[in-house]
Design a protein around this ligand. Structure first.
Ligand code: PLP
Length: 301
């Protein structure tokens, strides 16, 4: 994974609640619900070629997460669009940008868990940074499997894109210890759910397979891959998939806004051996790159 500091990020402007702040002054309160109990929802969004990629799908998912969390003061879609446009314009950002869009329940009148303490309205944060895809798309990545499970819907609905990512962070720590790029997380039945940060696909005999969304985030990139598989006439199945099936796949790739589509070389030391010499990942990635050049909400500056 590459985490090089881009000096252009030193002096960016960040939108918080209702205005822009220089990075050095961008703060939220210690009473904000994101700090108090991780009570906030978020999206990772990318800007390519003067357009915000799959913009409304991200806004809709943010608003759906906020509705599930019973936020009472949810900003309108237009307010969110405005805030994002304003931030990108202030930073002169039109390409190669990742936006972390966060909506918190807002400030509490006194510390505590109860949402009735949140009486000051929600807080939208638009953090746009110059950030290329984080994985080595050319050479691929190595995964291990974490013993930390992805939440089952019995405990926490994975369709809420919330900031309580402790399970995922613990899985990522395990990946770091093994010097892997990321960790696969299993669901409560032992099937593969996703990685700590991305959705996951495998190819066997030129057909695509991906876990159901019972215990993973229904990623927007995941839905793009499924859409592209239809365009390319590649069968794609959503079902329970075991680790053994992943070990013995012809191809495996991860997908997500942050890292796009990334080939996986090995899982738990098992090399992904493409005995069928298929090139489904490359075909999907090529179509994906092509989509990034033309799809999106156009910026007006
Ligand atoms: C746990 C997890 N899985 C998958 C994804 C990928 O989702 P998307 O393709 O919408 O970026 C994300 C992105 O935030 C994530 O946090």
């Amino acid at each position: 994974m590459s985490y090089k500091f881009d000096p252009r990020n030193q002096h960016i402007s960040i939108f918080i609640k209702d205005q822009l702040y220089p990075k050095s002054e961008a703060r939220i309160s210690v009473y904000d619900s994101a700090v108090q109990c991780g009570d906030s929802v978020w999206e990772g969004v990318r800007v390519y070629n003067g357009k915000i990629f799959f913009f409304w799908q991200h806004v809709d998912r943010l608003l759906e997460s906020a509705k599930t969390m019973a936020y009472t003061d949810i900003p309108s879609r237009e307010f969110i669009r405005d805030a994002m446009f304003k931030t990108l314009e202030a930073n002169g950002m039109k390409d190669g940008v990742h936006i972390r869009l966060t909506l918190t329940r807002g400030e509490k009148i006194i510390s505590g868990m109860d949402p009735r303490l949140n009486q000051k309205g929600s807080c939208l944060i638009v953090l746009a940074e110059w950030k290329p895809p984080v994985y080595d798309n050319e050479n691929g990545i190595e995964l291990i499997t974490s013993h930390i499970r992805r939440n089952s819907p019995q405990y926490m609905d994975s369709k809420i894109h919330h900031n309580n990512l402790i399970n995922n962070i613990l899985a990522k720590i395990q990946a770091n210890l093994f010097e892997a790029d990321d960790a696969i997380m299993l669901d409560s039945n032992g099937f593969v759910a996703e990685t700590n940060a991305t959705n996951i696909f495998m190819v066997k005999n030129n057909e695509l397979y991906t876990p159901t969304t019972d215990a993973c985030l229904p990623g927007i990139t995941r839905s793009i891959v499924i859409m592209l598989s239809k365009v390319l006439n590649i069968s794609c199945y959503e079902r329970n998939i075991s680790l053994s099936e992943f070990y013995n796949a012809d191809e495996v790739f991860t997908c997500g806004t942050m890292g796009e589509i990334t080939k996986v070389n090995s899982i738990d030391g098992r090399i992904i051996d493409n005995r069928n010499k298929s090139n489904v990942t490359a075909k999907i990635y090529e179509r994906f790159r092509e989509l990034t050049r033309r799809e999106g909400e156009p910026l007006n500056f």
